[in-house]
Design a protein around this ligand. Structure first.
Ligand code: G6Q
Length: 553
């Protein structure tokens, strides 16, 4: 957390709902709401071709959204009126667009090729980025080759990342996504929860002599991470005979806080830094990805960075009409703002993307879950959608029923790959048939007449009717790879940026999270020790007393 000490000069933000382009969309939505996607396809022979963009081995098909060509023009006009392009350029330039914290927002610099110049306070940050990447690579290579030995001379087999939020969700997601590229014999695990069951389960079958902990924390003060880090230290020392020197061989740190790292007792030579212009939820491509780099190797990690950069360049240079993240942001805004849909389901048809939706929940909801504009005025419209989801086809046998026939409209992002990473049968065709069929059924539905024509009795037919007209995007990529993963993540990063820019909010602070970090502090001492004089509300007091009673305190 950081707060600018002097009030920055923040230009007043024009509330987006006062803009003529917004009002035009409100009026236009009344015309679109009665239209059915079936009709939109009937009326427009080249809709599927024209409402899709192909770039970087990604086919983004948004023709099954409840939009007309006019809707898209109006949305692009809104983006232009709100200065999305100028705001994007300011981010890439290193301007301090995170005004509440007085910081630049430069995750794009983390994947900028050597030689790019991006300045913060007059200093080019790209050489520093590459120096850290080089140091990470050397460290990762030593562990991968076995040159790095643990305290007792054994090689490292398991890397445990201890971190939470932005210091956990990205690397944990990428470990799942890229495990095919992981070196055999090397495994990553992720401990995040302060619930000791997490630490216990992740370490119970491990040998401390073969285990490396990476303590990942931007601030190196987060309660959960520091608690788990101290537990890890004690666990290692116990397993290694109590020799304090062992720590140097079994602990690395990723942080912006050198002093805190030293205080913990980690050798600064094993510390990998990043910078205050990298937000936690935008940090998986910084040193926070160290566990991933150790697993998949520096080359694959750099491929992932190249994928991020591909999407950065696309976002930076492509006209909004063909710009993947801008379009996805605008369509999401349309659904949530003008068609009244509160949520977004992200449904990857790829088991390796098991944790992708959980990762996006933070990226999107922590970034855009805001109630005021940059200038502090309260917003009068909805901000972040509720993001949720899990891989198909599993979800089809669970919550899809509600998406098909429930009373709430849930826009979906389907993510699918043309090629599998393994070919052990007909699975990929079956998987792909499912994802296409779901999107088709959601959009086009099934009428009572169609059902009765199949011989279903009239009394049963209403139960089988699928109204359709349920919007979705199809993100069909050629094949999952480190590079593709980078592209997909940056696709969503810039989508989130686009929406935040239109709303005029700060997508890069997180005061609600900061609050969570201090709230528990008052209660911690009240749960143990002498009977406290409780001064909370009645409910909280009663809960504390019940807990103490059950713990015999
Ligand atoms: C991310 C948030 C938050 C943060 C965690 C961990 O954007 O700020 O999720 O990443 O609270 O913080 P530390 O890395 O400082 O431990």
């Amino acid at each position: 957390m950081s707060t600018a000490t002097t009030a920055p000069s923040i230009a007043p933000v024009t509330p987006v709902d006062t803009r003529p382009e917004w009002k035009a969309l409100v009026a236009h939505a009344d015309k679109v709401k009665p239209l059915h996607i079936r009709q939109l396809f009937r009326d427009d022979a080249t809709r599927a071709q024209d409402l899709a963009v192909n770039a970087m081995d990604i086919h983004f098909d948004f023709s099954k959204q409840r939009v007309t060509r006019e809707t898209l023009q109006l949305l692009v006009s809104l983006a232009k009126a709100c200065g999305v392009e100028a705001k994007r350029d300011a981010m890439f330039r290193g301007d301090k667009i995170n005004v509440a914290e007085g910081r630049a927002v430069l995750h794009v610099a983390l994947r900028a090729p050597k030689g790019t110049v991006i300045k913060v306070d007059g200093k080019d940050v790209v050489p520093d980025v590459h120096a850290v990447l080089d140091a990470m690579s050397a460290f990762a290579n030593k562990i991968r080759s076995g040159e790095w030995k643990g305290h007792t001379g054994k090689r490292i087999k398991t890397v445990i990342n201890i971190g939470i939020g932005g210091s956990d969700l990205g690397p944990a997601m990428a470990w799942d996504a890229l495990r095919v590229w992981a070196q055999p014999g090397l495994e990553c695990r992720y401990v995040s929860n302060v619930d000791e069951n997490d630490f216990y389960e992740k370490t119970k079958d491990l040998d401390a002599a073969e285990t490396m902990f990476v303590i990942s924390s931007k601030t190196f003060t987060t309660l959960e991470t520091m608690t788990n880090a101290h537990t890890a230290r004690a666990w290692s020392l116990k397993g290694l005979g109590g020799d304090e020197k062992a720590v140097a061989k079994h602990f690395a740190a990723v942080s912006t806080a050198l002093e805190q790292v030293k205080k913990f007792g980690i050798d600064p030579a094993n510390m990998f830094g990043f910078w205050d212009w990298v937000g936690g939820r935008y940090s998986m491509d910084s040193a926070i990805g160290l566990s991933n780099m150790i697993a998949v190797g520096p080359d694959a990690f750099r491929d992932m960075l190249a994928g991020f950069h591909d999407m950065d360049e696309h976002f930076r240079t492509t006209p909004l009409e063909k710009n993947l993240p801008a379009l996805m942001g605008l369509l999401n805004l349309w659904n949530n703002q003008f068609l009244g849909c509160d949520t977004l389901a992200v449904l990857p048809y790829c088991q390796y993307l098991d944790r992708f939706s959980a990762y996006l929940q933070q990226l999107e909801m922590e970034s855009n879950g805001k109630h005021v504009q940059l200038d502090g005025q309260h917003v009068r419209w909805q901000t972040s959608p509720i993001v949720w989801g899990q891989p198909g086809t599993n979800g089809q046998h669970a919550f899809y029923q509600m998406i098909h026939q429930g009373t709430k409209i849930v826009p979906c992002d389907f993510i699918a790959f043309a090629e599998s990473l393994h070919n052990i049968g007909t699975h990929q065709d079956l998987l792909t048939a499912n994802v296409f069929a779901q999107a088709e059924a959601l959009a086009f539905g099934k009428t009572q007449a169609e059902i009765e024509a199949e011989g279903v009795p009239a009394w049963l037919a209403p139960h089988k009717v699928m109204e359709g007209n349920r919007p979705s995007n199809m993100i069909l990529a050629r094949k999952l790879s480190p590079r593709m993963l980078g592209r997909l993540i940056a696709f969503y990063e810039h989508k989130v940026f686009t929406m935040g820019a239109i709303w005029g909010i700060n997508s890069f602070d997180q005061w609600g999270v900061e609050l969570g970090k201090v709230l528990a502090q008052r209660i911690i001492p009240e749960l143990s020790g002498a009977k406290p004089d409780l001064k909370h509300d009645g409910s909280t007091n009663a809960l504390i007393n019940q807990y103490r009673a059950w713990r015999g305190r």
